[in-house]
Design a protein around this ligand. Sequence first.
Ligand code: SF4
Length: 365
Amino acid sequence: MPVPQAPADIASRLSTWYRATARDLPWRRPQFHEEFGAWGVLVSEFMLQQTPVTRVIPHLEAWLERWPTPTTMAAASTADVVQQWANLGYPRRALWLHRAAVEITARHSGAVPRDIESLLALSGIGDYTARAVAVFAYGDRHPVVDTNTRRVLARAIEGRAQPAPPSRRDLELMASLLPDTVEEAAEFNAAAMELGATVCTSRAPRCDVCPLAHECAWLGAGRPDTGDGRRRQATYEGSDRQARGAVLRLLRDVAPEGAPLPSVLPDWPDQRQRDRAIDSLIADGLAEADGATLFLPADDASEVLLCSVSQHGEFDPAAHLQLGEHAAEVHLDGTDRHPQSLRDVTVRRPADRVHRDLELTRREL
Ligand code: SF4
């Protein structure tokens, strides 16, 4: 399907509106960029993926105060990272961010890469985040399309109430609207997101204050119900996600030293769901069990190091040094102290051991 024709001045209208009304958010301030650079943008984008802005801001500040660079975070333990993620939700993001920090430290000497291909090669980074970092941290000219932008484009240009499922066409449409200069292109990307977040919202678009009201195809057609093909998010209440959150909260806030397995949510209404939650947290690397105790992951730096080693198929002595104490997790198989390839390195995999222990424990209980 061809990309639809958009009104010629949509970018300049949106950008003018953005300059006058944009929210003052930490990652938009020059000082934030001076202090944390692309790392700050990367962390903020990880957190914003599925969490509202107001909840992200205090967590982001605390996070960057503790780990102001990828290298400082690479040296942190997994337990510290999960602990610090607190109640931001979808905690796998914390593990991915940690892994990305280790990969940046090992592969890019601690500097967040600039090109989209290298960004996409990092753990937990998809097309949106890679583009957002390239544009908002480095000022490059790329289309950036998030949920809010897709909704604005669907309504203003295509006359639909809600966007179709994500596709490359979104990027093509946004690319066709981008102003020529890098500064204006970055501003337009931010402006489209801002409009979707604050005015053209999913449930209650405020067309009366919208800068695109005159040319909006959906408003012009009388805001018809054109259907909604979006996937519904499962209800949180009673879900496995809720059980996982409850287990993690216990480990984080009540029993940071570990909790005996029988004491983990003993009154949870569905004990099979409780078991599933524990199993899945362990499988994701967010918890470990040793004997009859469940605890936050002691340290999976060995597994992370495996990623950095396998990326190039060679052991990187620099990564070895930068990971400091974690290097002790790597055992060398009958070689000298400078292994040359992955074949020379045996990495202890805590998750494997943990799974086995948990199964034994379950049988004993
Ligand atoms: S006029 Fe209404 S529907 Fe159209 S872009 Fe603006 S807020 Fe969205």
